[in-house]
Design a protein around this ligand. Sequence first.
Ligand code: ADP
Ligand code: MG
Length: 354
Amino acid sequence: MLMFTDRKKYYFAPVFALLFCHAILAPGCSRRPARISRLQWCSMGTFAAVQSADSDTAERLRTVAATRFSQIETELSAWDPESTLSQVNRAAGSDRAVPVSDAFLDVLRIATTMNHHSAGAFNPLLGPVLHLWGFGSETTPTATPDRHALHQAFSLAECSALSIVAIDGHPAVKLARPGMRLDFGAVAKGYAVDLAWQDAQRQGLSNALIDLGGNLRALGEARPGRGGWLTGVKDPFNPDRLIARLLLRDGEAVATSGNYERFVEINGERCAHIIDGRTAMPVKGIAAVTVIAPDAATADALSTALFILGAEQGERLLADHYPDSLALWIPDRQPAAIIASEKMEVRLDRTAFP
Ligand code: ADP
Ligand code: MG
């Protein structure tokens, strides 16, 4: 699912939304100094991290999160030929429907719903198009793909050719046309974070932050009275610098889609790893989008959809279908400027800090 041309590079990519222990920024706000334990490892082709304000629970939290991330990778990885996703893709065009888990179905439903809400901009069947543009393939193209091949690949991104059937009472997925290829790169990480978050909550863990490749969800708060976890919004033109900060409240999730971590250079121009599902072309004009949503799967899928739609159409998508989510867009021109949705504006602290 995480279709990277250069996995190693991405393993060590810096976090999209840099996290702070607020004690570092404003010492003395509370009588108890916050001691944040942070553990980081690699999972699902990217970095994973947990932070815990209760240092003795960090290890447990990591076990919980790592277990879930591995499970989701086993099911949804586009890299693992044995994953359920790879089996579904291999069976495309045959009569065979591949049995899938509830998690697979959940992710599929979130993705197809986003496809519907975004009028096709978001599409989990863009696998063949992404492959042609060099995302997820062994080679990286340096020129625009052949027109005919692109048209051919795009014709396979047809959601009506995807069906969910029952085999002996169990759900199974079938892709009707050969060459069709599902890709959950825009939603699976967020979904995995939600599962880990639910497990952590069930096990009584609290005051923690779970992160998978820049998809974060907060449990409790970083310090008493803080009301959540403070996150930073990076300057896409200088990812070492932060241009705003946001308080992630208990239960909320944040995700960022950007063109500055993963891209290909075609004809000397930087192309994002996000394709417009209405045109099969890489999205231009936006450097980054950050979304806060009630859960991490929604934040993940929305960040990709809103990256494609831009601020104007994106605001409409939020108002019509995701009234509890907020977003900000950073156009792809320097210096970095923030366009915030109405609800985001209220939450955003534009205080610049080093
Ligand atoms: P990241 O994976 O870097 O966090 P995103 O969440 O925005 O960023 O997901 C980007 C991934 O989503 C791409 O690598 C690709 O797998 C997939 N993708 C690209 N374009 C689309 C699209 N229009 N609809 C759905 N998924 C897409
Ligand atoms: Mg996403």
